[in-house]
Every structure is written in C-alpha cells, then in structure tokens.
Design a protein around this ligand. Structure first.
Ligand code: CP
Length: 323
C-alpha cells in the first residue's frame, strides 16, 4: 500500500503545498481555477477579501527572495490574514537556535501557516512533518528540489495565453540541473497534459535522470525552440554550482542566450517566460526580456492570485474572490 501524501487531507483536499509530485490534474486545475477567481481582487479599489481574517501567516525565508516573498505577503494581506515576516539575519537563528525550536516558538504565537524558503532540499517537508496538526506549510523553494507555487503561476500564465495545455509545445532552456523551478514546471506541464515538454541545455547542466522526467532533450537552442508555443528561460544558478560547469557566461550566451533572431525559430505567437531574477546578457537579451512576446512581469502579477488560491485552499477557505 502506498503511503498517504502528507500534502493532502484524508478527503483529498490540500493541507500543505510542498511539491507538484503526486498531485493530480484535477487538483492542479482547481488551483488554477481558484486563482482565476482571485485575479479581479487586485483591480478593486479595496484590494481585499475577508477569507483568511483572523489567520496568522508567517514568512520564513532562509534564502534571498524578491518576487516570492513579497507576492506571498501581498497575497496573504489581500486575503485579510495577519502576516509575520521573520528576518532570519536578525532572528535567534543567527544565535544558533534550531529550526525546530524556531518553529515551536512561532507556533506558540498561534501561527496557522508557514511559507518556507530554504537552501536545503527537503526543508519544507521537514517542517511540515513536525508542524502542529492545525498548521499548513507552503514550500516557497527548497534547494534544487521544488518551487511549486512558481510552477503554478507559470501554468496560470500559459493557460491565460494559450488556453488548453493539450497541443502545446513548451521548451525550458538553461540550467535544468540546479533548477527547482524546472523540476516543478516539468511535473506540472506533464500532469496538465502538455503535448511536448522540451529541455534545452548543455550536457553539464542536465540532471542524470532527465529523460525519466518525461521530456525531450536538445543541446542546440535553435533546434530546440523550433515551432514551440512557449519558451521558458532559466537563470544560471551559480550559487548552487560546484566547480566549473561552463567555460564562461559570454560563451554561454553565445550558445544558449535568447535573442530576437533566435526567437524567430519559435511559433510567431510564442510567449517568452522567465521566473526571475533575470541575468540580462547571460540567459537572454534585453530586447527579448522587454519585448512584445515577453510575459515575465505578468508572471509576477499572476503570482499573487495563484498564491492566494494555494493559501486559501490549504487553510480550508476556498470561497473564491466573489465578495
Ligand atoms: N522566481 C523566484 O523565486 O524569484 P525570487 O527568488 O525573487 O523569489
């Protein structure tokens, strides 16, 4: 008998959101549909719904972040939750307090949800296993393992522009080896029924188990993006590289950097995505990053609605944004 998924309640509803792995198409579609109902909240004069009034959400970011931390905070506030942002560099963690002791102390303040980013793969699962029964944990990126809300906001962006996943060709370009985003995107794209998922990278930046993820592998950028509907560029994750995996950033750009000229190989209506932060002139040219096919800033905006969806579903308040 398979072990129950720690992420799910016995009735199949979301309790934690730690990884896309093991979640079904219906649940992922439910997240996208719920996010759709929240997009209008940002357009209102009073950008709030009372769904999580009285709940306390704690952002626990042990690693740097701009987009994820702030959009989680905005999302929690739009749901009327109270938000705690623990500043790790000035917290007692810096004096040697263990992760579990930090957790217990925050639980003593009646926190209902932890949003966790950590450099160690598995950190969010560890916290979820040790959290009090009423507490939910959302993984905001752990090591090179998973970044499930990033993947879902990317799926939301693709669905907004392309409709159905069936019939789509999606290419993910760059440092697949170190990318928690790519792993989560590949799982989500395949679960949602994408016709073809391609990865394009030098051999040194591909994981050994890449083919088992259900992707087609390319080493040539122009060949790989030919006729694709979506091009997702990834940052070189230099902070996770051990040793020299690339000759130089200049050479990387010559081979794998996305330019307007190279983008001509994709479908004429192809969109260009990037989870951020972008290294301009390394993985992509500014003309492309700021060009008409780029939906990079839309990804950030949609991230608020998707994070509202995940938080409200995990805390059992999935009434949508209708109020
Ligand atoms: N995409 C992403 O995770 O960006 P941040 O590191 O700024 O949160």
């Amino acid at each position: 008998m398979s072990r129950p998924d720690i992420q799910l309640q016995p009735d199949g509803r979301l309790r934690h959101f730690l990884t896309i792995d093991g979640l079904g198409r219906d649940l992922l579609t439910d997240i996208l549909d719920t996010a759709e109902s929240f997009t209008g909240v940002s357009e209102r004069i009073i950008k709030k719904v009372p769904l999580l009034r009285g709940k306390v959400i704690c952002n626990l970011f042990f690693e740097n972040s701009t987009r994820t931390r702030t959009t989680f905070e905005v999302a929690a506030k739009r749901l009327s939750a109270d938000v705690l942002n623990l500043n790790i560099s000035t917290s007692a963690t810096a004096k040697g307090e263990t992760l579990l002791d930090t957790l217990r102390n925050l639980e003593a303040m009646h926190v209902d949800m932890f949003v966790v980013r950590h450099a160690d793969s598995g950190a969010a699962h560890f916290i979820a296993r040790h959290a009090a029964p009423h507490v939910s944990v959302i993984n905001a990126g752990d090591g090179r393992h998973a970044h499930p809300t990033q993947a879902m906001l990317d799926m939301f962006t693709i669905r907004r522009h392309k409709g159905e996943f069936t019939g789509l060709r999606v290419a993910i370009v760059g440092d697949i080896l170190h990318s928690r985003v790519a792993r989560s995107q590949i799982l989500a794209l395949n679960t949602l029924g994408t016709s073809e998922v391609r990865v394009i990278a030098p051999r040194t930046l591909l994981p050994a188990d890449c083919r088992s993820l259900g992707v087609h592998i390319f080493h040539d950028l122009e060949e790989g993006i030919r006729d694709v509907d979506v091009v997702i560029m990834l940052r070189l994750q230099k902070e996770r590289m051990r040793g020299a995996l690339l000759p130089s950033e200049h050479e990387y750009f010559q081979l794998y950097g996305l330019t307007e000229e190279r983008l001509q190989a994709a479908r004429p209506d192809a969109i260009v995505m990037h989870p951020g932060p972008i290294n301009r002139g390394v993985e992509m040219d500014s003309q492309v990053a700021d060009g008409p096919r780029s939906v990079i800033l839309q990804q950030v905006s949609f991230g608020i609605a998707v994070r509202m969806a995940v938080m409200s579903m995990a805390l059992g308040s999935q009434a949508g944004g209708g109020e």
